[in-house]
Design a protein around this ligand. Structure first.
Ligand code: NAD
Ligand code: DAU
Length: 336
């Protein structure tokens, strides 16, 4: 089977590429990734089955390149995106270009090539903040951040191509991922790498926002299952096993790392900060999904991974672009 994976140099995409090549001997992967600040060939270094993988450097919004890599492909798994909420608050332009236009270009090309399956990797953020209960796949979409709005637009475009053109699209909506190779801009890798260096973690607002945490390999296993067994035209929520306030998450990591409370700095809140996400995953469980990892074990192994892989994250944090981003994002938030 020949797979086109987009965004396979990123956090989840690279974990998916590694998993598929290691577990499925008959899979070949073309990986279309333009290598933004978040794309990193180091994420695929030393992987099993590397000979069955080819990285093509290119933009998913570039119809020519997309058409070229689509040739002979059996299925598409589409991860490529601008993925960070904070960056979308500073500048939403790239989010619209990649997440909306890029997705439409891919869908068009997949239609022309008669692709057998197209998994669109969406997010639980499309539902917006849920005060109580859990979001179900047919709930209304009420995205709040520019990132979430761009993902909702692409999610609906994927659905439209199924309804209008009968393209066999399946959409997944996953909660917060954590694990190896996550770019140190998201909460957990910022926290862990800052604390390795004795630098405080800036905790937004009152720290009571709730996220549902899933290990990245469980997310990748869910995508593999949906690719095999999911029903075209359907949407599958993918949730984790730990629904935690940020305060509780911070405490959990603090205990594992043995750092002092003074290394938590409460800062002003993220603009438009969604209070709580929670997804109902009955549909995914009915396909036969079971989480393979427990949250506590996965969190401890993630902390260990960042401790053992300073050579992976230090170069990323020392780049001038990262330093500029960090300053801009946290500057002026001040202590709460
Ligand atoms: P990431 O930012 O780590 O990686 C994104 C990858 O896409 C990078 O390799 C980047 O180079 C590539 N890319 C960006 N723009 C591109 C373009 N125009 N053309 C080609 N490649 C491009 O993101 P991630 O955290 O791995 O997220 C992957 C996908 O999963 C995204 O669609 C995201 O919305 C979704 N998702 C993420 C999470 C999470 O917790 N991280 C949860 C649910 C869903
Ligand atoms: O829910 C799925 C989404 O999870 C994905 O679609 C996104 O791509 C992914 O980035 C993630 O979005 P969040 O905004 O929830 O993740 P982030 O790691 O940025 O933040 C997690 C929580 O921690 C959130 O409530 C904001 C808070 N936070 C984050 C950072 C970066 C802080 O308190 N301090 C920080 O410095």
């Amino acid at each position: 089977m020949k797979l086109l994976v987009t965004g396979g140099l990123g956090f989840i995409g690279s974990n998916f590429v590694r998993l598929m090549l290691a577990k499925k001997r008959n899979v070949r992967i073309v990986n279309l990734d333009v290598k933004t600040y978040a794309g990193n060939p180091e994420n695929l270094k030393g992987m099993a089955g590397a000979a069955r993988h080819r990285w093509v450097k290119g933009d998913i919004a570039d119809a020519k390149i997309v058409d070229r890599v689509m040739t002979g492909v059996d299925a598409v798994v589409h991860f490529a995106a601008e993925s960070h909420v904070d960056r979308s608050i500073h500048d939403a332009g790239a989010f619209l270009k990649t997440n909306v236009i890029g997705t439409q270009v891919l869908l068009d090309s997949a239609k022309r090539h008669g692709i057998g399956r197209f998994v669109h990797v969406s997010t639980d953020e499309v539902y917006g903040s849920v005060a109580k209960g859990q979001s179900k796949e047919d709930d209304a979409l009420l995205p709040n951040s520019p990132y979430a709005a761009s993902k909702a637009a692409s999610d609906l475009m994927a659905r439209a191509y199924h309804v209008t053109h009968k393209l066999p699209v399946i959409v997944t909506r996953c909660s917060n991922n954590f694990g190896p190779y996550q770019f140190p801009e998201k909460a957990l890798p910022v926290m862990i790498t800052n604390w390795i260096d004795g630098i405080p973690f800036p905790l937004y607002g009152d720290g009571k926002n709730i996220r549902d945490w899933i290990h990245v390999l469980d997310h990748c296993r869910a995508i593999e299952l949906v690719l095999r067994k999911g029903v075209p035209g359907e949407i599958y929520n993918v949730g984790g096993t730990a629904s935690l306030s940020n305060k509780r998450l911070v405490e959990g990591v603090r205990k594992i790392m043995g750092v002092d409370r003074s290394l938590i700095t409460p800062v002003a809140d993220r603009l438009g900060h969604d209070r709580r996400y929670a997804v109902n995953c009955s549909k995914l469980y009915r396909l036969g999904f079971k989480h393979a990892t427990t949250f506590d074990k996965a969190l401890a192994s993630t902390v260990a991974w960042y401790r053992e892989n300073e050579a992976w994250w230090r170069p990323l944090k020392s780049k001038s672009g990262y330093k500029r981003y960090y300053k801009r994002n946290y500057k002026g938030l001040g202590k709460r």
